[in-house]
Write a protein that binds this ligand. Structure first.
Ligand code: FES
Length: 208
């Protein structure tokens, strides 16, 4: 009986040793060139197709969104308070006669921004040392108004409207006076004008 038990113990030990030996055998990585399992390859190809498809769809979609919002973004950037620096105080005639100045600013439309272009002109005049601004466009039908130094008045040659130095109508067909524009002095000497256009032909000023 003892011999039988010893034999059983020995056979159990050797079996255990074999099984332990099998479990501890290292799992070798596949040899280079060994083909991948077909399931893994299919999964990778599916993922690649989905990724490329998403990319192809996203590019035109992103471009469309950008194009749609781009003009709004530009408009927001260029907004400001509407004032444009026109000149300095010492450039305006001290004797109270008007002088014409170009208004140069960035021009923005729906799709483009042009830097430093002329967007119009103003007459500037000192009244008791304080600058006043008048639009140079006639409120009747939009011709340019001239200053006549000899007459000390403004004159529109299109339909012979006359305006006084303060812009009020002296005689003529214009439905309103010349358009005054808001003005500010900044940094002690800079003359800033809030430049805007108004619709011609109205007795009231209607911004364009
Ligand atoms: S456009 Fe100036 S009077 Fe007509």
């Amino acid at each position: 009986v003892e011999n039988q038990e010893e034999n059983q113990v020995e056979s159990f030990d050797s079996a255990a040793a074999e099984s332990v030996g099998q479990a501890e055998e290292p799992v070798n990585p596949p040899e280079p060139g060994t083909p991948e399992p077909a399931g893994e390859r299919r999964g990778f190809i599916k993922f690649l197709c989905a990724f490329i498809g998403t990319l192809i769809s996203a590019v035109p979609f992103g471009a469309g969104v950008w194009s749609y919002f781009d003009p709004l973004a530009k408009r927001n950037k260029g907004g400001g308070d509407g004032f444009v620096m026109v000149t300095t105080l010492d450039a305006i005639p001290a004797d109270g006669s008007p002088a014409k100045f170009s208004v140069v600013a960035d021009k923005v439309d729906a799709w483009n921004r042009f830097s430093n272009v002329s967007i119009g002109a103003v007459y500037l005049r000192l009244v008791d040392g304080v600058p006043k601004a008048l639009h140079t466009v006639c409120p009747h039908l939009g011709c340019f108004v001239d200053y006549r130094p000899g007459n000390k008045d403004f004159f529109c040659p299109c339909h012979n409207s006359n305006f006084k130095l303060d812009g009020s109508l002296a005689v003529g067909v214009s439905p309103r006076r010349m358009d005054p524009l808001d003005i500010q002095i900044r940094n002690k000497t800079e003359v800033w004008v809030k430049f805007q256009n108004f619709q011609p032909g109205h007795s009231d000023r209607v911004p364009v």
